[in-house]
Design a binder for this molecule. Structure first.
Ligand SMILES: [Zn+2]
Length: 120
């Protein structure tokens, strides 16, 4: 277990938030910003800020999840976040369709934690 001291930029997290976050991160190795927002009762943008800080500390890796119209609820691909969007044409691994328009795709973010961490 790695203990992690949150820096000033995340002062909006209360002790209760930190305890809840630590608890959830013991059970989950992947976290999506909207899940985090629900767990802690914070804004989506705040959840993104939390994950960005954790990533900057090397505690998690952010992935860009790729969704295609053929299976809107399940991500069909994932690439490291920060490298932009996939190059077009992009072949959907689920339906093998060659996609040349971002309108057919949607995106979300996911943080992958390498080890359980405790926020203190
Ligand atoms: Zn597809």
């Amino acid at each position: 277990m790695t203990s992690f001291m949150l820096k000033g930029s995340l002062d909006f997290l209360s002790e209760k938030h930190k305890a809840e976050l630590s608890k959830q991160l013991k059970a989950w190795t992947t976290v999506m910003p909207h899940q985090l927002a629900v767990w802690l009762g914070i804004e989506h943008s705040e959840a993104l800020a939390v994950l960005s800080v954790l990533e900057a500390q090397g505690l998690c890796e952010m992935k860009l999840l790729i969704y295609h119209n053929c299976e809107p609820e399940v991500p069909v691909g994932a690439i490291p976040y920060g490298k932009g969007f996939p190059n077009l044409p992009w072949t959907c691994p689920n339906c093998d369709k060659s996609i040349d328009n971002y309108d057919e795709l949607s995106f979300d973010l996911m943080a992958e934690f390498k080890q359980p961490i405790e926020i203190v």
